[in-house]
Design a protein around this ligand. Structure first.
Ligand code: G4P
Length: 527
């Protein structure tokens, strides 16, 4: 098939939600409708959640929290769909932020009873900043929840979105009767059916179908008609360009667990969601149809197979084709690398692939060449932008517990930082190492992995830091020289050698900013 056609048929997206809203269930059902799996495990034996697919690491199995981000791909109506799974747990939100640099659109899942939750707010904010097209899926309609219109108001207010419903529920919870699909202009009735396979659904082509009133009752039918009128009067009509520009967000309703509204979501998604988009690099905008290959690493997975100590670097292809055994230029290392067994992802499996196209993700076995954000090219030298580090929330000194293993510890720390598990800062004053993380849980992950993968024992010591700020200043400015002298105790270098100020409180940060006007303080490493 030709190159341009291959690009056009790809849809690469992420599903984001607060934990428990139904992201895993929805992912599984999309695979079911995509024919990628034949039978979805019912809730308790949720294969994708509990099986080998998305929990590569031992620690994940132990904790039952999805700490990994995986790729699930399938073909639906001739579209190649790539789902980049994201961890919902807030301690791993930095992982999710990075994954969002590799998606072309997102689906946000919201629990009808809980409404907009904290984690959803944070993730959607990042999507809004990046103008990523968003579809909202309101899930669990088989349960009692909030009124559909109240919920759409909440989505607009808390998430700062401008919504337009593409479907509307008829009843809810015990009284849930079905869904009117504004997008396809038909009605689908809800039946109690097997949750594991795709059942037949009753469709009505219009509101005037004579049987409809008998099925749902006159009251429900009249309510529905009133609501549709209200929608027409209140919400903007759907406009694909506005959705693609990130200024309008369609909302659909359903119940992932009951396979209800999922196929409709998928049908709508493949029609409106963007094909692979161009990406900005430090020198130019790279378009997917550029003949030269470019791609970047957005995720590194460690030790999926305990027998092999290598890692898997996930590369998003931005332009050109990625081919097996072809030499690629690794920009940061300034060297050519060839890959004999790149992996592509299909449903729950990965397999060696000869050629991949823009929008696809390839997994490359890595023995330490890659860091998050690394760029590969075959054309001009460029570096993709937009994988910043954010200021961590928790900071602790890391101490070596076994002097005989200091080499192993240093190597382990280095590699875990390359994977983006946490951030390392080295104090200017005495060279002590400080680990910064988004959540407290990561310290346990680090300790566990250093011991199990590198044989290094460590402990952590609390350190009172409020925020890490990356410093921008003119080297010769007297303000900057004075700042360095006075704040020496609080200065450190991040892993790439950039100067960072570890402020111990909001107050001291504010005072420092006021005092040293020529020094700029940034909360992210890319400013
Ligand atoms: P997550 O990935 O966003 O964290 O959510 P997940 O899919 O694991 O779903 C969280 C819980 O919500 C699961 O129940 C799941 O079965 C349930 N769920 C998902 N979709 C629906 C729906 O449409 N209706 C209803 N009623 N429930 C839904 P659980 O008992 O916590 O799951 P498990 O412990 O069996 O894994």
């Amino acid at each position: 098939m030709d190159f341009l056609k291959e690009i056009k048929r790809r849809r690469t997206f992420g599903i984001i939600s607060h934990p428990d809203a139904g992201k895993t269930t929805l992912t599984e059902k999309l695979l079911l409708f995509g024919g990628a799996i034949q039978e979805a495990g019912a809730v308790k034996s949720n294969k994708i959640k509990k099986g080998a697919t998305s929990d590569f690491m031992e620690i994940e199995r132990q904790r039952g929290i999805s700490v990994a981000t995986s790729v699930l791909a399938f073909v639906y109506k001739d579209k190649k769909i790539n789902i980049l799974d994201t961890p919902g747990h807030k301690d791993f939100s930095e992982d999710t932020f990075r994954t969002l640099t590799a998606v072309d659109s997102v689906i946000v899942v919201i629990d009808v009873a809980k409404g907009v939750e904290e984690q959803t707010e944070k993730l959607v904010e990042v999507c809004r900043m990046r103008k990523i097209p968003i579809i909202v899926f309101i899930n669990k309609l088989d349960r009692e929840g909030k009124d559909a219109f109240d919920l759409m108001d909440e989505v607009e207010q808390k998430l700062g979105l401008r919504v337009t419903p593409l479907s509307i529920p008829i009843g809810m919870g015990y009284d849930f009767k079905g869904i009117y699909n504004i997008w396809e202009k038909n009605i689908q009735l809800f039946q109690d059916e097997s949750k594991q396979i795709i059942g037949k659904k009753e469709h009505f082509k219009s509101l005037d179908a004579p049987e409809l009133e008998t099925k749902i009752g006159a009251i429900s039918l009249n309510n529905l008609k009133d609501e549709l009128e209200l929608i027409e009067g209140v919400y903007p009509p759907f406009n694909q360009q506005e959705y693609l520009d990130g200024t309008l967000q369609p909302v659909l309703f359903g119940s992932a667990l009951n396979n209800f509204g999922v196929q409709e979501l998928l049908n709508c998604f493949i029609e409106i969601a963007p094909e692979p988009l161009a990406k900005q690099s430090d020198t130019r905008l790279v378009k997917p149809d550029d003949k030269n290959f470019t791609g970047f690493v957005f995720k590194i997975h460690a030790n999926m197979d305990p027998k092999h100590r290598d890692r898997l670097a996930f590369i998003k292809i931005v332009s050109g084709t990625f081919e097996r055994n072809k030499p690629y230029h690794h920009v940061r290392l300034n060297k050519k690398l060839k890959f004999s067994s790149p992996n592509a992802f299909f449903a729950e499996k990965k397999q060696i692939v000869d050629i991949s196209y823009p929008g696809d993700i390839v997994g490359i076995h890595d023995t330490g060449n890659f860091k998050i954000g690394d760029t590969l090219t075959t054309g001009d030298i460029l570096q993709f932008k937009g994988i910043p580090s954010f200021s961590p929330e928790h900071f602790r000194f890391i101490n070596n517990n076994d002097p005989l293993k200091s080499k192993q510890l240093a190597k382990g720390i280095n590699q875990l930082m390359d994977e983006g598990v946490a951030q390392l800062f080295t104090l200017d004053l005495n060279g002590r190492k400080v680990i910064g993380t988004v959540g407290a849980l990561q310290f346990e992950v680090i300790q566990y992995r250093l011991l199990n993968e590198y044989g290094a024992k460590c402990n952590f010591e609390n350190l009172n830091v409020y925020k890490a700020c990356w410093i921008e200043a003119n080297d010769d400015s007297t303000d900057f020289i004075e700042f360095q002298r006075i704040k020496q105790k609080f200065l450190a270098k991040d892993k790439s050698g950039k100067l960072v100020f570890l402020a111990d409180s909001a107050f001291s940060l504010q005072m420092t900013q006021e005092k040293f006007k020529e020094v700029k303080f940034h909360y992210t490493s890319e400013y």
